[in-house]
Design a protein around this ligand. Structure first.
Ligand code: APR
Length: 229
């Protein structure tokens, strides 16, 4: 039986693919006010601005490729039962070939009904427009979990972390809850590895920090995990 390796990833995972993180120097939240582009209130107040913000990010995603870090995590599937739990809304884990990916904060290439949240569709191309309606005639919005909204995928994520034999955290500042709280659902004896050039706030016994960017860090992680196969 392959050991269960759960990998919690954040924006740093995709930084080497040219996608900006949120809170680093030059991050998205330096240029945009969260309350103007990533809340349900913003969508009510100025849907044009919100629509443009996600259309621009979606356009960039079509011009981005998985990086060495994404691919390195896929290679770990040879020796481990790898489950990715990501805060990222990009599809770079899937495009790298990852078998199991759970998105906590939504998916940029999907849209959903503003009236019926369970009516979710793949968007054709990068541009969502006003007048793009769900099958019940309601405007479509980005399929993204905005600040202040529920994170339904947590119900699936918590048991996955509780069953993990190894936990890996890559490229997240662990600032945003409930996602950041997932690290506390591991069993007592589970080894934890954190890949990030800056140490995020993980105050647990037996944590191994790999202070590298994802590409190099995941390569070093592979060596360290050899003795845990
Ligand atoms: N490789 C690995 N880690 C990196 C790299 C890299 N190349 N570049 C930056 N990092 C690290 C930073 O040191 C930081 O710890 O990635 C982390 C990025 O943190 P944030 O920008 O806060 O992104 P994230 O933790 O994913 O944000 C969580 O907040 O804005 C919301 O919904 C959005 O999902 C997002 C959530």
């Amino acid at each position: 039986m392959k050991k269960k390796l759960v990998v919690l990833t954040g924006a740093g995972m995709s930084q080497e693919s040219g996608i900006r993180t949120f809170r680093d120097m030059g991050g998205l939240w330096e240029e945009y006010d969260v309350t103007e582009v990533a809340t349900p209130e913003a969508w009510e107040r100025n849907p044009e601005l919100v629509m443009k913000f996600y259309n621009d990010r979606r356009k960039q995603l079509y011009e981005s490729e998985p990086n060495k870090g994404h691919k390195g995590l896929v290679e770990l599937e040879k020796d481990f039962d790898v489950q990715i739990i990501t805060q990222n809304v990009d599809d770079l884990h899937e495009r790298a070939g990852a078998s199991k990916v759970l998105h906590l904060h939504g998916e940029l290439k999907k849209v959903r009904s503003t009236r019926y949240p369970n009516l979710i569709y793949d968007l054709d191309g990068w541009e969502l427009k006003f007048g793009d309606l769900c099958e019940k005639g309601h405007q479509l919005r980005p399929h993204i979990v905005w600040f202040g909204e529920m994170v339904p995928a947590m119900d699936e994520a918590v048991p996955l972390v509780e069953q993990a034999d190894i936990l890996v955290v890559v490229g997240t500042s662990l600032n945003v809850y409930p996602a950041a709280g997932l690290v506390h659902y591991i069993r007592e004896d589970v080894p934890v590895f954190v890949v990030d050039p800056e140490r995020p706030p993980v105050y647990m016994k037996g944590v191994t920090f790999i202070e590298e960017k994802a590409g190099e860090g995941v390569a070093q992680l592979k060596d360290k995990l050899k003795q845990l196969i």
